[in-house]
Design a protein around this ligand. Structure first.
Ligand code: IPE
Ligand code: IPE
Ligand code: MG
Length: 266
C-alpha cells in the first residue's frame, strides 16, 4: 500500500469512535472522517487550456471520479458524495447537457459491475424529474443492484439543488402537518433532515471544491452547517490521488469545535 495512504488510513479511520462508553456520543475528532463530499468542477477550463472541446474535460473528469472513488474506498471512508450535475446546469448549451446525460448512461452501463465487485453501494441524490426515462431506469436498477453493498456508499448528486431540496422538504412537512400527522411543535432538526434527499446519510465532514471557485453553488446547504471546506485551484481532471491525500491531510489538522471552546467539556 502507498505509504501516504497507509499514514492517512491510520489517521483517518484508525481511531474511529473506539472505546466509548455505551450510549455516549463520540467526540468529534480530526482523526475520523465518515463522509467526504466533492464538487467536481473545472472540467471545461481543463479542456479549454488544451484547445479541446469542453466535453473532453468531462470525459477526463470521469477518470478522476473513478480514481477518487477507489482511493476513498481503500481509505475506509464510508460515504462519498460527488456533485455531477446541478439543477442549474440545465441552463448550459443543449449539446453539453446531452453529452453529460449520455456520459451518465454510459457510466451506468460500464461501471456498475465494478462497483458491485468492490462492494460499493450506489445512490443518487437529486430530483428524478426532467431526467430521460432510460437514464432514470439505469439509475434505479443500479441502486437496487448495489443496495446490499457495504464498503462505501457512493452518492452521486445528479440533478441536485439544495434550495429545491429544502423547499421540497418544507412542502412534505407542511403536508404532514395539514393531514394532522405532525404537530408543528414536534418538528426537530432531526425530523427535518429525514425529509431531505440525504436522509440517513451523515453530514459531510469535509467538502472539497477544486477549480479555484470559492463557493458551494447550491450544494448541501443544510448538510454543510459544520463541514470543513477545502478549496484548491487544481482543476477536477487533474485532481488525482495525490491531491486527495493533500486535502485529507489538511483536514486532519483542522480543529472542529462545533461552537465549543477548544479542550472544553463535551
Ligand atoms: C464541472 O466542470 C462539471 C459539471 C458542472 C457538470 P465545469 O463544466 O463546470 O467546468 P468549468 O467550471 O466550466 O471549468
Ligand atoms: C457546480 O459547478 C456543479 C457541479 C460541479 C456539478 P458549476 O460549474 O455548475 O458551478 P458554478 O456555475 O461555477 O457556480
Ligand atoms: Mg464549473
Amino acid at each position: 500500500m502507498h505509504s501516504t495512504l497507509g499514514f492517512l488510513l491510520k489517521r483517518l479511520v484508525g481511531k474511529k469512535n473506539k472505546g466509548l462508553p455505551e450510549g455516549r456520543k463520540p467526540e468529534p475528532t480530526t482523526a475520523s472522517i465518515q463522509h467526504l463530499a466533492i464538487i467536481m468542477d473545472g472540467n471545461g477550463r481543463w479542456a479549454k487550456k488544451r484547445g479541446l472541446p469542453r466535453t473532453a474535460g468531462h470525459t477526463e473528469g470521469l477518470k478522476r471520479a473513478r480514481e477518487i472513488t477507489e482511493a476513498v474506498a481503500e481509505l475506509g471512508i464510508p460515504y462519498l458524495t460527488l456533485f455531477a450535475f446541478s439543477t442549474e446546469n440545465w441552463n448550459r448549451p443543449a449539446e453539453e447537457v446531452g453529452f453529460l446525460m449520455d456520459l451518465f448512461k454510459r457510466v451506468l452501463y460500464d461501471d456498475v459491475m465494478d462497483l458491485q465487485k468492490n462492494n460499493v453501494r450506489l445512490k443518487f441524490i437529486g430530483f428524478r424529474r426532467n431526467l430521460q426515462p432510460e437514464l432514470l431506469k439505469l439509475m434505479e436498477e443500479a441502486e437496487e443492484f448495489t443496495a446490499g453493498n457495504t464498503t462505501l456508499q457512493l452518492n452521486i448528486a445528479l440533478n441536485y439543488g439544495s434550495r429545491g431540496e429544502l423547499v421540497a422538504a418544507a412542502r412534505s412537512i407542511a403536508e404532514l402537518a395539514q393531514k394532522g400527522k405532525l404537530a408543528p411543535e414536534d418538528l426537530t432538526e432531526a425530523t427535518f433532515a429525514e425529509h431531505l434527499l440525504t436522509a440517513g446519510i451523515p453530514d459531510p465532514d469535509l467538502l472539497i471544491r477544486p477549480s479555484g471557485e470559492l463557493r458551494i453553488s447550491n450544494f448541501l446547504l443544510w448538510q454543510c452547517a459544520y463541514t470543513e471546506f477545502y478549496f484548491t485551484p487544481v482543476l477536477w481532471p487533474d485532481f488525482d490521488r495525490a491531491e486527495l491525500f493533500k486535502a485529507l491531510h489538511d483536514y486532519t489538522r483542522r480543529d472542529r469545535r462545533f461552537g465549543r471552546v477548544k479542550g472544553g467539556p463535551a
